[in-house]
Design a protein around this ligand. Structure first.
Ligand SMILES: [Zn+2]
Length: 154
């Protein structure tokens, strides 16, 4: 079911979404089906990806189907240890719901078998970031109350 609301000239679409995704608030994750447990794990402070039981391919964000061997035999694993900083960029404009937190830095960590896209913790200055440095992924709660994760010094 989908309905449109008009309010003061602005048109808003209201959709039925899994309530757990609202707590996370990142649009890109809403396209993933069958992986809503990601949010349940976040509520317990765990950042999780999925791994194919058949070929061992690892995915983050979690996927319910393996694009390498086309099976759907997945298990959860916790993103732990450190990854290498591949790239980073300072964001001065963010998606709706993230504005109060700007500016922040988004980054990509290489864990070898998989990569994690996310944001750098505020306790690391932008000028201290270097491609190749080791960072860890840690659960956090954003200022607006949404569950998320950040990259921190190990
Ligand atoms: Zn596979």
């Amino acid at each position: 079911m989908e309905m449109s609301l008009s309010w003061g000239g602005e048109k808003m679409a209201k959709r039925e979404v899994d309530d757990r995704f609202r707590k996370f608030g990142t649009v890109s994750f809403t396209a993933i089906t069958k992986t809503n447990d990601f949010i349940s794990y976040l509520e317990k402070g765990k950042v999780m990806g999925t791994k194919c039981k058949d070929c061992g391919a690892a995915y983050f964000p979690p996927r319910s189907d393996c694009s390498k061997c086309l099976q759907s035999n997945m298990e959860w694993f916790e993103v732990s240890g450190t990854g290498r900083l591949l790239s980073f960029s300072e964001l001065k404009y963010g998606p709706v719901g993230f504005e109060e937190d700007l500016p922040y830095t988004i980054a990509l960590l290489d864990y070898g078998d998989y990569k994690v896209f996310g944001r750098i913790s505020k306790d690391i200055a932008y000028g201290d970031l270097d491609v190749g440095m080791e960072l860890k992924t840690e659960f956090t709660t954003l200022p607006n109350g949404q569950l998320s994760y950040v990259f921190k010094r190990p």
